[in-house]
Design a protein around this ligand. Sequence first.
Ligand code: ZN
Length: 385
Amino acid sequence: MRSTLLVDIGLLATQDAELGEIRDAAIVVEGESIAWVGPASSAPAADESVGLGGKAVIPGFVDSHAHLVFRGDRAEEFEARMRGMPYGAGGIRLTVANTRAATDIMLRWNVDRLAGELLRAGVTTFECKSGYGLDVETEERSVRIAREFTPEVTFLGAHVVPPDTDRDEYLRLVTGPMLDACAPYSRWVDAFCEQGAFDGDETRSVLEAGLARGLGARVHANQLTEGPGVQIAVELGAASADHCTHLSDKDVDALAASDTVATLLPLAEFSTRAAYPDARRLLDAGATVALATDCNPGSAYSTSMPLAIALAVREMRMTPAEAVRAATLGGARALRRSDVGLIAPGRRADLVALDALSYIHLAYRPGVPLIAQVWRSGVPVLSVR
Ligand SMILES: [Zn+2]
């Protein structure tokens, strides 16, 4: 197998507990995996050598929360919101109408376009939800198309109850025929537990139906109000409770004592001009925190993980090291993945080289395109020059 030695890495932030941060580092990539990591002075020989000119290197970002299968945009809704209209769950319905009317080719093109944006933002693993079909046919098409781009596909039939639909009937559909159609393409089941979307009992029934079909659970929890979402996520052993903007002390304690990752989505608060989640409180309590984009056409139409990191540092009192960790290792934990999110021997060679001397620049230089090079599974997939 061909090996490549990456040298002249100014600062390597591995996210591995033992390897930590290494100055003047080198990495040996062999095939799809990392074979060796350490100081350049003790690097082994390889078939070829690539110099990175002192750039900082971090693991490829793991975006554990994105809604990419849809058609159309909601720029006017955003504009109205910036003029003072509040954000609610209702706007989803416009995207549902557009998505139902779209062909497979249109939906595939949209996912492909956003996957390209994610790659240019340094994201090498991403999750993708359905949830803009809300009928059996369009939800099935959504997860099938998402599955062409990522194994981390989430069935989110329980996004909202579609208009002109009986609530109980819709819940029977989501936990029955729609789940049957979507489960073969999905790894996860998710529900939007929120006033105006689904209450605690409804959320529980959707997640339990998915779990019974062998899917893992994740929950849109406590985004707009202090609801029961986090408690249900922890109780059912969900991989992740996402948003976590409005938490009680009991919620924080439950997350800290569990394997459920608190996934924070500051691009949503940015784009809805809402108060940010209290990351400091979660970290100090010992909870595992992930950062993700929440890319969707309504409340956060951004694929920029670097901007999410900058917001987490500026607005949520995370240190740059904590924010980068949450966007890499934290995201991997939220997807229960051990092969990505860190740079260590045996892991997938997903790497990002920054046009900067350190990862601190991701927060220190907000909005600046610092992603210089990306490797995915050992293959150079992006080089900006
Ligand atoms: Zn979401």
